[in-house]
Design a protein around this ligand. Structure first.
Ligand code: AMP
Length: 209
């Protein structure tokens, strides 16, 4: 199984991608997590992309494509989370996978309404190490991640004005992937509890097991 997850920010892609990659034994690659690690490590790439990511814009397609291709090389089963984000990336991925003779099984489109995006992302706390997310006031900035012990922080791009910018990118670019993947697309309703969405996904993905 080789799949991509896309959807609006806050749709639960990261959480569900992690669960599905364990359930179906897939190599999990989150471009958001990968890029945030580069920023936190203050690497050359991190320095170049910090402002872009923190203002809610998309990182250059060439940079992201290269990162993804180098990290999926050698894997037969994988789940890409938050990638592709636009048509250029989707076409780049298909070209790359065609050369590798490992075509994509399909694309998972997780949807939630805009009001839910704002509700979920405002006050969200994230672990930069393992990707765990929590919500204030249950968890507070500076608390330890209940999974790995790293300090929880509010992502700079989870500020209201940046959330709005991320939604603009979603509607201008990412949503068009629905058409691009129309013949290999699974639509998943992202509303409800995390476990409910997990059940929907498990059932849907079983066709490619
Ligand atoms: P995410 O964790 O998926 O919400 O991504 C956080 C941020 O990382 C995005 O707002 C972008 O700035 C950047 N990013 C993640 N994935 C991509 C991608 N496929 N293409 C371009 N930028 C990305």
């Amino acid at each position: 199984m080789r799949i991509v997850f896309f959807g609006p920010p806050g749709s639960g892609k990261g959480t569900q991608a992690e669960r599905m990659s364990k359930r179906y034994n897939l190599h999990h690659l989150s471009t958001g997590l990968l890029l945030r690690e580069e920023i936190n490590n203050n690497s050359e790439l991190g320095k170049r992309i910090r402002k872009i990511v923190e203002s809610g814009h998309l990182v250059d397609d060439e940079i992201v494509n290269e990162e993804v291709f180098s990290k999926v090389k050698g894997y037969d089963r994988f789940l890409l989370d938050g990638y592709p984000r636009n048509l250029i990336q989707a076409e780049g991925l298909d070209d790359y996978l065609e050369k590798e003779k490992k075509p994509l099984s399909g694309a998972i489109f997780i949807t939630i309404p805009d009001a839910e995006v704002i509700e979920r992302l405002s006050g969200r706390l994230t672990c930069s190490q393992c990707g765990f997310t929590g919500k204030q006031p249950l968890q507070n900035p500076g608390d330890e991640c209940p999974r790995c012990g790293t300090i929880l922080v509010e992502r700079n791009d989870d500020r209201m004005e940046v959330i709005e910018q991320r939604l603009v990118h979603y509607y201008n670019f990412t949503k068009h992937l629905e058409k691009y993947y129309h013949d290999r697309l699974l639509n998943i309703d992202g509303m409800g509890t995390v476990d409910q969405v997990t059940l929907r996904l498990e059932e849907a993905l079983s066709i490619w097991e």
